[in-house]
Design a protein. Structure first.
Ligand code: SAH
Length: 363
């Protein structure tokens, strides 16, 4: 059974070509699935009976099973979805004024182990398929439609569990689908892939998907970034910023890269850090998105006080940057940045190792 959910137009066209059908079938299928929410081939009456029967026999359009759904006091919704491998991954819908932003997961857990992120602490079990990634969007869109919310999903960010650029093919397939007018037709500036800095894939991104890029920077120098984002030891800042420049020349126009910077008390939140950050980013067209650190059990890190957050932001604004301070949403249901954990079978044994260390600390 091939799961066609989440495939972009190019992949669907290849699939139909394999059946000896015209490329036009791909667009018809996309309209049924993404405009009308229909996943039952039998209902797709503009396909011949023979084609419908064949699709029903060898293909499916199956979203992940929803294992849990929680709603925050602020309107944020968090779903826990079961993957085919049996892991639980999380998806967050953040309604905000005129926008419905969906934060989706690209992997079960994460292999990168950033110091301050809860997802990394639980280890890693593998990549999600296009159906598992795109299925998160399909399910959330179904919920909005059933609520009578005519705007639908306006923004999608690959900022849930996992490193999207280490699941490159599935990520770019779904990104292409999201911006396709036959599917959701979301503006390419409102589909954002966020990366901890997988340099070779940043260099390739523009050639595979015309979407927005966010980079999890978190530190203005290599020594500090090596500690917070271990991937920096492999791809240091100079290479990372050079790759961002290559992405920008690939997408053309007046686009910019969003630099995410989680502010962590006593680690990276001084005015000196702000000045170094402003200097570092000077050669690049960059916006800065400050994220106050979101605590999770045993993280060992703290959120800076509000006046420190403001001073950091003001310093960047005075240096001429667009610097936004991300509002914390859904913290009461552990749906904020860095708090997504789900439940994954941990192939890296990282969670067991951590538990042993903690047990020793307590003893
Ligand atoms: N792996 C990708 C996608 C995750 S995006 C990436 O690193 O970009 C999630 C964002 O939240 C990243 O910028 C991440 O660094 C940040 N984050 C992780 N843990 C956090 C925490 N506890 N508080 C605030 N932000 C956090």
């Amino acid at each position: 059974m091939v799961n066609l959910l989440g495939l972009d137009r190019a992949a669907l066209t290849r699939y139909f070509a394999g059946l000896g059908e015209t490329p036009y079938r791909a667009r018809i299928l996309m309209r049924w699935v993404y405009k009308r929410g229909v996943t039952d081939f039998a209902a797709m009456t503009d396909f011949s009976k023979a084609l419908r029967a064949r699709l029903a026999a060898e293909a499916e359009l199956r979203a992940p099973e929803v294992a849990d759904r929680q709603c925050s006091a602020d309107g944020t919704v968090k779903w826990s979805m079961r993957t085919d491998a049996g892991d639980l991954v999380e998806t967050v819908l953040i309604p905000d004024g005129g926008r419905n932003t969906l934060c989706i997961s690209s992997q079960a857990g994460c292999a990168l182990d950033c110091a301050f992120c809860a997802t990394g602490k639980q280890g890693f079990n593998g990549n999600l398929s296009p159906a598992e990634i795109g299925g998160q969007v399909w399910l959330a869109a179904q919920e909005l439609a059933s609520r009578g919310d005519a705007r639908g999903i306006t923004n999608v960010v690959f900022m849930g569990m996992g490193e999207p650029l280490l699941n490159f093919d599935a990520t770019t397939t779904v990104a292409n689908l999201l911006i396709d007018d036959y599917a959701y037709g979301i503006s390419k500036r409102r589909v954002t892939v966020s990366t901890a800095g997988v340099v070779p894939r940043i260099r390739e991104l523009a050639r595979h998907a015309d979407c927005a890029l966010a980079v999890s920077l978190h530190a203005p120098d290599d020594a500090l970034r090596n500690e917070l984002v271990p991937l920096n030891r492999r791809y240091p800042l100079a290479e990372l910023l050079d790759a961002c420049g290559e992405y920008l020349s690939g997408v053309g126009e007046r686009r910019s890269v969003t630099m995410e910077y989680a502010l962590i008390k006593g680690w990276n939140d001084s005015l000196e850090h702000a000045r170094a950050l402003a200097k570092l980013l000077r050669p690049l067209r960059a916006k800065i998105n400050l994220i106050p650190f979101n605590p999770f059990p045993d993280s060992g890190f703290e959120r800076p006080d509000d006046d420190v957050l403001r001073a950091f932001q003001t310093s960047l604004m005075n240096a001429g940057y667009t610097a936004t301070l991300r509002t914390t949403r859904g913290a009461d249901i552990a749906a904020a940045c860095g708090q997504l954990v789900g439940a994954v079978r941990d192939r890296t044994n990282r969670s067991a190792r951590l538990a042993r260390i903690r047990a020793r600390e307590v003893a």
